[in-house]
Design a protein around this ligand. Sequence first.
Ligand code: UTP
Length: 224
Amino acid sequence: MKLVLRIGGSVVASPINPKLILEYVELLRKLKRQGHEIVVVIGGGSLARKFITIAKKLGLKERDQDEVAITVSRLFAQLFVKKLRALSCQNIPTTTVQATRSLKDGKIVIMGGLKPGITTDTVAALVAEKIGADMLVKATDQEGVYDKDPRKHKDAVKLDNLSFEDLTRIFELDKHEAGIHQILDPEAVKILKRSHVKVVIVDGFNPNNVLLAVKGKRIGTLIS
Ligand code: UTP
């Protein structure tokens, strides 16, 4: 299948976790052997946020702050590219057109951010739409989507299945609590909904969860 894997900076980059990065590299090799076409979008995590803070202190405008954060996300992408060698595209794509081209060349495409003003969730959604992905898996620091922010509410319940409409409704209810929004950027949700890409949110600290999601096993939260 055509798969977009969004690896949270919160998972591999906050703090930077070389062991986990190696596990993801192995996972990508395995998925490739199984015949899947894969685009990976990696976030910059806490390092990107640190650089945003520094850029702010330097008085740089938001666009420039974002560009610095994008560079950090590409730094993480580069680690994957170097490890995967010939299996992946050697240049990190800076447009969805480039990403599509590398995928057609039979490479695992590894990318970070694309342009200022969006999140890596939105990058993943834009790429998924462009390539006509069957599935987008987001490997994050939560086990899925909850009815409320699990970091604040002990009684939060994980939802196994939901529709894009349900998700939008949860966002509306939870407008004043930033936490739940972080699970998937609402901008990305809009794109995924219109392009009918199935989304699975999984706990990214165990890369095997991604494999299970791809196999269609019940894991995390399925949004369709
Ligand atoms: P994200 O917040 O999307 O990445 O991007 P992340 O670190 O993977 O997120 P978590 O930790 O899993 O939740 C970090 C920042 O980089 C800039 C934005 O400022 C964004 O908030 N960015 C990223 C862009 O401006 N454009 C992009 O295409 C990507």
